[in-house]
Design a protein around this ligand. Sequence first.
Ligand SMILES: NC(=O)c1ccc[n+]([C@@H]2O[C@H](COP(=O)([O-])OP(=O)(O)OC[C@H]3O[C@@H](n4cnc5c(N)ncnc54)[C@H](O)[C@@H]3O)[C@@H](O)[C@H]2O)c1
Length: 214
Amino acid sequence: MSKDTRISMAVVRRLPKYHRYLGELLRNDIDRISSKELSDRIGFTASQIRQDLNCFGDFGQQGYGYNVKELHNEISKILGLDKQYNTIIIGAGNIGQAVANYSSFEKYGFHLKAIFDKNPKLVGIKIRDIEIQDVDELSSYLDNNKVDIAIICVPRLHAQSVADILVSKGIKGIWNFAPTDLQVPDDVIIENVHLSESLMTLSYRLNERNLFED
Ligand SMILES: NC(=O)c1ccc[n+]([C@@H]2O[C@H](COP(=O)([O-])OP(=O)(O)OC[C@H]3O[C@@H](n4cnc5c(N)ncnc54)[C@H](O)[C@@H]3O)[C@@H](O)[C@H]2O)c1
């Protein structure tokens, strides 16, 4: 049961990592773990872990540690992974196809229902049994189907017009791969994905430690 109804975004951003490590422990039949052991595996300090996990319940017991299954379930619930989401992809180029082909999102409850593109050469092609539809059909698809999350994989200059259609049809969750800050109403949640920012961080760290020679 949640203690705090509002968990800080800094904690929320760490939750998927806890979820992943606890999932690994479960698969290895480990049923309890101390914050120290979790800290050794995850790389956050034990006190950070205790503080984070304390935000949403009293899971740790003195001298026992954490019940892995209970904690994993609770984090799943907090992350909303106990629900099912209908997702669609707009833009079936390199990134769109890669995301569409990655079937593991399904196991977390994210079900890919439709894919749209404007390129007539792509329309009609199937990815994982889902036929790519003409983006001209997007509005009517949204009128007739419940969509929870739209994944934008179109070029930057087209992303806002796609987002405008999605917003006008009541979509509240957008996973945006286009490198642009989309303008949407406050009640629409956008998560931007930036592979290049991660790559630049790697580059910084290599150079900071003089590990890179050119
Ligand atoms: N977030 C990241 O880390 C990351 C990494 C690489 C690329 N990107 C971005 O992802 C986007 C896609 O990159 P890509 O390499 O897949 O490009 P791509 O050119 O291979 O694919 C883009 C697809 O979008 C389609 N498209 C264009 N306008 C459209 C519209 N209005 N409606 C529907 N479909 C439309 C095109 O026909 C094409 O199939 C770009 O914005 C790119 O900058 C992001």
